[in-house]
Write a protein that binds this ligand. Structure first.
Ligand code: BEZ
Length: 203
């Protein structure tokens, strides 16, 4: 299988962390891919019309996207742990946590792109603040309402939240979120020590 990938993309990182945790990383050929919201990557668009990474191409030519679908596919290949639990309650908790992590990635990437990609004269500060507000309330939610799930066995939700937090720090989207979110910061420090996270640090 081939994976269109960029190390800076938190969504692509989520897939590779999941593949490492699931023990199937050796079956995946990583294709380093340059993406931009304003420039077409024809090789990628030939596979995925939205031109987004991560995109996976299977041996038989089938194409799988987005990160949620790829991660679920990878999980199905694994003889290891299950990142998508089967029990309805734990599955719901994992999927909801994944949705929160993914939404945090969306907000962080939008905030980053507004400052980094858009010409200065068109930049909209309220837009950036709106994205940062979403991140702040998500961090508060994780700290006050999700620590019991985060402290349980690893699921796709844990990976999504960790990759979102890593991206926020990598791109400096928020100033020192750790100071006001003690429990989450402790959990993230520990999760970041996993081999799967250390092997996928963005460059
Ligand atoms: C980034 O460089 O921040 C980035 C790259 C790809 C996807 C999303 C973000």
């Amino acid at each position: 299988m081939k994976l269109f990938y960029a190390s800076a993309s938190p969504f692509a990182r989520k897939v590779v962390v999941a593949a490492r945790e699931a023990g199937v990383i050796d079956r995946i050929e990583i294709i380093s891919t340059t993406v931009s919201p304003v420039a077409r990557n024809e090789d990628l668009i030939a596979a995925n019309p939205t031109g987004k990474i991560p995109t996976m191409v299977l041996e038989d030519g089938r194409v799988v996207f987005d990160s949620r679908v790829i991660c679920e596919y990878i999980d199905g290949l694994s003889d290891n742990i299950k990142l998508f639990p089967t029990h309805p309650d734990t599955r719901l908790a994992a999927l909801t946590l994944q949705a929160l992590g993914d939404a945090m990635m969306d907000a962080a990437v939008l905030a980053r792109y507004e400052g980094f990609m858009r010409p200065e004269e068109f930049q909209w500060n309220e837009w950036v603040e709106g994205q940062k507000n979403k991140l702040e309330s998500s961090l508060d939610y994780l700290e006050s309402r999700a620590m019991d799930v985060l402290e349980g066995p690893i699921t796709i939700g844990h990976i999504a939240v960790a990759c979102a937090l890593a991206y926020i720090e990598f791109r400096g989207v928020l100033d020192n979120w750790r100071a006001s979110h003690d429990e989450l910061a402790k959990w993230y420090t520990s999760f970041s020590q996993r081999d799967s996270m250390k092997a996928t640090e963005p460059s």
